[in-house]
Ligand binder design. Structure first.
Ligand code: NAD
Length: 381
């Protein structure tokens, strides 16, 4: 069978789902590989590098889709790309089926199977395929770099002949995968780093990374972990009030605020309000990683960088992984390669789409002419 990767058509997308290295591994599984000419260019992989890895370079997207039994890409398919899908073909990409119902119907109608990389169950065995985590890790790192790029001072404190420089104070709100990556990056740059999450169990992790957990003087009734699957649940109004009160207290002191707070299937909670932005010093920076889902900061403008009247820069970019396309393509292509390994138990270059396998079942959103989303809960942790 042949695995093909087209050039991403979404405006500004620089990532690619196959790298020369991942193609070498896919060939070891018995597959032939093809790529659309120029597909890896924005991520630093040119056609010659693919050719050297034994990948067929094809000039035309339509021809690539027609020749491929499996199509691996980054973004959900465009209308034109859905038009290329055919019965029996397998598409692997991010898909976000919960908010793409029409697209799901259209894909089903083609008879193709679709594996959504954003639906890989978060169980230990599937970590190597967890593209949401690999991209969130990059977003968290890049958020700190982006903040530094817009901040006029050092992260670390210094004593120099020209004067004493205090360390920057950085607050990270939300300590999931992206938040923890941001904490690690911020502490390694030498900033005094503070972090908050509604899940108190992350306090130890935060402290082990050299940051300070921001405690609230309030005990929330613990959410039922079985109901939330380890994810955050919406806070009570009382808890939220305490949280905002704490943030108001911290706002004048913080130089950089990075917000990453999300609750599954909901708009991002607004946690950094207008008055908090007004309390911040000129030159402070907010990077809002929740901008895609409405933003944690009340003043965030999606996909833009703004500077407020009191001199606070607010970054609302939603394409952080694409801004580090070489790294993100390498990790994403590895996630895809691991998915293909599980789909090819015999290493014979043929897909065995085993719907009894928890991970494959969980990520499959259309199969055999049916919509298979939402999946049943995984049987193992
Ligand atoms: P996410 O991107 O969905 O959310 C980011 C963080 O925001 C979470 O830590 C959440 O607790 C926090 N948050 C929500 N509301 C908040 C509020 N009001 N104030 C402050 N913080 C708030 O998170 P994620 O990175 O996808 O991780 C979510 C869960 O999934 C975690 O329990 C994580 O350990 C788990 N996870 C498991 C695996 C695995 O087992 N393979 C992989 C990744 C993540």
């Amino acid at each position: 069978m042949k695995i093909g990767t087209p050039k991403e058509v979404f405006s500004g997308e620089s990532r690619v789902a196959m790298t020369p290295d991942s193609a070498r591994m896919l060939q070891k599984l018995g597959y032939a590989c093809a790529i659309e000419s120029g597909a890896g260019a924005a991520a630093g992989f040119n056609d010659a590098a693919y050719e050297a890895a034994g990948v067929e370079v094809m000039a035309d997207a339509a021809a690539l889709w027609a020749a491929s039994d499996v199509v691996a890409k980054v973004r959900p398919p465009s209308e034109t790309e859905v038009g290329y899908l055919r019965d029996g073909q397998l598409l692997i990409s991010f898909f976000y089926p919960g908010s793409n119902e029409t697209l799901l119907e259209e894909c089903k109608a083609t008879g193709a199977s679709v594996i959504a990389m954003d639906m890989v169950p978060r169980i230990s065995r599937a970590q190597k395929m967890d593209a949401l985590s690999s991209m969130a890790n990059i977003a968290g790192y890049r958020a700190v770099i982006e903040a530094g790029n817009n901040f006029g001072r050092f992260f670390t404190g210094q004593v120099t002949a020209a004067g004493k420089v205090p360390p920057a104070k950085v607050l990270i709100v939300g300590a999931g995968v992206a938040g923890l990556a941001a904490i690690g990056t911020s502490t390694s740059l030498g900033a005094m780093t503070y972090a908050f999450d509604v899940r108190p169990e992350v306090a130890e992790q935060i402290e082990s990374m050299g940051a300070e957990f921001v405690y609230l003087d309030f005990e929330e009734k613990a959410a039922d972990g079985a109901e939330t699957g380890g994810y955050a649940a919406p806070s009570s109004p009382e808890f939220r009030e305490k949280q905002l009160e704490k943030f108001r207290e911290l706002a004048p002191e913080m130089d950089i605020v990075i917000t990453t707070a999300l609750i599954p299937n909901r708009d991002a909670p607004v946690l950094w309000t207008r008055d908090m932005v007004e309390l911040m010093k000129p030159g402070s920076v907010i990077v809002d990683l929740a901008a895609e889902r409405g933003g944690n900061c009340e003043l965030t403008v999606k996909d833009e960088k703004i500077v407020t009247d009191n001199g606070v820069t607010i970054v609302g970019y939603t394409d952080f992984p694409s801004r580090m396309a070489t790294q993100s393509s390498t990790l994403y292509a590895t996630n895809i390669r691991h998915m293909m390994t599980d789909l090819t138990p015999e290493k014979d270059g043929a897909v065995d789409h085993d719907m009894d396998d928890d991970v494959i079942r969980g990520a499959t959103v259309t199969h055999a002419g049916e919509i298979t989303f939402p999946p049943p809960p995984p049987k193992v942790k």
